[in-house]
Design a protein. Structure first.
Lengths: 353, 356
């Protein structure tokens, strides 16, 4: 019995080993949240739908997969089921993805936001901080109380980068502005996110930003009559007045490109960190409530980021003690950005350790 | 006409064993409606839920891997519940076990030796016991409600884990991401079947089932637990110390949860991550009750619950069923299990007036 099953497994493995990628190409997706979060997982799912529509391939997804022991089983199941390329879309899937990849050398894996690659494992992420620079400019110009409220998830470099990019840009147009941060220790919990927004508004913030996935902070801002920005997707529907704009993660072009590469055999392992230039990061329409000169300025900044004349982390950049960390005329390297674990001047409080 | 539950004189022996089967049949029947609404063939859905996940050897081993922490914690919680000690905070005790065991594993990073794994497991047990000891102390010294204290300590444990994994336990080469280093091979639980994740934790869980059974049915302590739980006054009259029972049952359940935490980090996960359990400590409460607070019953109910998790994933992959359907399906299964359980011990009687 065992022998028979093993031979069936071996046969199935040999089928995937031939790696015939064609119209029968199968693509798997693993999401950390529900596809209805209207944020992170929602946008990845939009990317999946684009792949289905443009390439006519069969896709499969599993939502709300916990980042512990369960992830490896789900990823392995997708690989064993004959998916040719599998996208694992949360940082916590990094080690499980690489473990499974070693056992399925003919399946291609794409891991979002991680740093471990392999022969058949690529990594990709968006330069969302470029969007934060524009939000910072708008916030710096529009705040009356000179206080930006920031609902943050976990003190990882990705989130800290966003906070820093915001304050650097905001201070360029308004040297008195500061950021207050509330850590909610979750990516998706509308209750906690909303409470954090309330606390920030009570502390004088008149612009709410977030690095969590639900529209709850926006809804609070709408109710309390302050401004806010959407996260990961255009969230205007949730706060028609408060919503100034949003950073949109657009995974569709990348997903289509990579699945196509897998189909025609040109797929190679690589690291992708794209922003405005390739359209992995795009801005939602700017609200009419943003003064026209600010809108112009933001559009100009977007162009400059695309053509490389502006970088979100250009010197001089000071840390909280006022010491210069990045000198005038220098920009931070991708390596330093990837591991960023310190606040720049203008952020209130300390990073939780 | 109001229905009223009246206790049966004696539960039918046959039905005690048949009720899980009955519950399963009722779940299958009720789920026909659910799956038809979703536009899926019920037969295909049942296949995805119950058969597909265990249709390969690998699937079977994964079922055991998933059920292992549930069995470990479920058996130990059942002991406490028998004694009327409501430890709701096994999740927190599990996290502490993960922290203690995981830190031990990191302490022996790139070292070898056969003492490492036993030490990890023992430290896990100690971590869980310490966390449960706080509950026992507050209960016996100040008569603080253990449901509240144990539950609240779970949240404290979660935050403690966050604090440590963003700080001292963080991988020094990990770009500040909240994960520890991957443990060295010497700190990973031995695998029982090459090519799978089936680890020695499964054997430990089986041993715990055996120990739990013997303890409950063959020892004085087991007898004391049952007496204190069923008739506290009689127990005290007989000279049994409720304080002792509170301490012992909490230390046992805390230790077992801590052991499960150490097994998870040094087994299927292989490192410390911010969330090491998808809620095993809470799910084990359900497991304990569905298993009728009997160690062998717990073993089976843990396997059923584990299968429903695996089945939920398969249903998403094979049939594109949303995760919420899995939740409803699991809910139906538990509902019918508990409902038929109630009806074994009670019967419905229709009376003219409600008696208060």
């Amino acid at each position: 019995m065992i022998k028979k099953t093993l031979s069936i497994i071996a046969f199935a493995a040999s089928l995937t080993a031939t790696g015939i990628a064609s119209a029968e190409t199968k693509v798997g997706f693993v999401y950390v949240g529900p596809i209805g979060d209207h944020g992170w997982s929602y946008q990845h799912n939009q990317g999946r739908l684009a792949v289905e529509k443009e390439l006519g391939v069969k896709t499969t997804y599993v939502e709300s997969v916990k980042e512990g022991a369960d992830a490896e089983r789900v990823i392995r199941k997708l690989a064993a089921d004959g998916n040719d390329i599998i996208f694992t879309t949360s940082f916590g899937y990094m080690n499980p993805t690489n473990k499974v990849a070693k056992k399925f050398p003919n399946v291609k894996f794409e891991h979002a936001t991680g740093y471990k690659r392999g022969k058949n494992v690529s990594t990709y992420s968006g330069r969302f901080y470029e969007g934060r620079t524009l939000l910072g400019t708008i916030a710096g110009k529009m705040t009356k109380t000179n206080t930006i409220g920031y609902v943050a998830s976990f003190p990882i470099p990705e989130v800290i980068r966003g906070i820093n990019a915001t304050i650097i840009a905001a201070r360029k147009v308004n040297p008195d502005v500061k950021i207050k941060v509330v850590w909610v220790s979750t990516w998706f919990d509308p209750g906690k996110e909303g409470d954090a927004a309330k606390a920030l508004i009570d502390q004088g913030a008149d612009i709410i930003m977030q690095h969590t996935d639900s529209p709850a902070p926006l809804q609070v801002a709408e109710k309390r009559g302050v401004w806010a920005f959407g996260q990961a997707s255009d969230m205007k529907a949730f706060a028609p007045k408060a919503h100034l704009t949003a950073i949109i993660d657009d995974w569709a072009p990348y997903y289509v490109e990579r699945v196509k590469a897998a189909m025609d055999g040109t797929w190679e392992s690589k690291d992708t960190w794209d922003g405005f230039k390739t359209g992995m990061v795009v801005m939602a329409p700017l609200s009419e409530d943003i003064p026209e000169d600010v809108r112009k300025m933001v559009k100009e900044q977007e162009k400059m980021i695309i053509d490389g004349t502006l970088h979100s982390f250009q010197g001089p950049i000071k840390n909280q003690k006022g010491e210069i960390v990045v000198k005038e005329g220098e920009t931070m390297s991708d390596k330093d950005l990837a591991g960023m674990n310190w606040y720049v001047e203008g952020v209130d409080g300390t990073i939780p350790k | 006409m109001l229905p009223k539950l009246v206790m049966r004189q004696a539960p039918s022996k046959a039905m005690v064993y048949l009720s899980p089967v009955l519950a399963l049949v009722l779940t299958l029947v009720a789920s026909i409606v659910l799956f038809l609404i979703m536009g899926v063939s019920p037969a295909a859905a049942w296949h995805a839920f119950f058969l597909e996940p265990i249709s390969t050897i690998y699937g079977l081993t994964e079922l055991v891997v998933k059920a292992t922490p549930l069995v470990l914690i479920g058996v130990a919680l059942a002991l406490g519940f028998r004694a009327g000690v409501w430890n709701i905070g096994a999740e927190g005790q599990l996290i502490l076990g993960g922290i203690f065991g995981g830190t031990t594993a990191l302490f022996f990073y790139e070292k070898t030796g056969f003492h490492i794994i036993p030490l990890i497991l023992i430290m896990g047990i100690i971590g869980g016991m310490l966390w449960a000891a706080i509950v026992a102390f507050l209960k016996t010294r100040f008569n603080a409600n253990e449901i509240l204290t144990s539950l609240m300590l779970s949240y404290v444990a979660d935050l403690l884990m966050n604090l440590l994994i963003h700080g001292p336990l963080k991988d020094p080469d990990g770009f500040n991401f909240p994960e520890s280093r991957l443990f060295s091979d010497s700190a990973l639980l031995p695998i029982l079947y090459e090519g799978t994740r089936l680890h020695i934790g499964a054997i430990i869980a089986l041993l715990v089932v055996g120990i739990g059974w013997i303890l409950l049915s063959r020892t004085l302590l087991g007898y004391q637990i049952k007496v204190i739980g069923d008739a506290p006054a009689a127990g005290e009259h007989a000279g049994f110390s409720p304080t002792k029972i509170i301490w012992i049952t909490l230390l046992i359940s805390g230790g077992a949860a801590g052991l499960a935490g150490a097994i998870e980090v040094s087994g299927p996960i292989g490192q410390i991550v911010p969330v090491i359990s998808p809620g095993y400590g809470f799910a084990a409460i359900i497991v304990a009750y569905v298993g009728r607070l009997h160690p062998v019953g717990v073993l089976f109910s843990a396997l059923i619950l584990a299968l429903s998790y695996l089945g939920g994933e398969t249903a998403q992959i094979k049939l594109n069923l949303p995760l919420a359907v899995t939740g409803v399906f699991q809910g139906l299964l538990l509902f019918f299990l508990l409902a038929s359980d109630v009806l074994i011990h009670y019967r419905l009687k229709f009376t003219q007036q409600a008696t208060l």
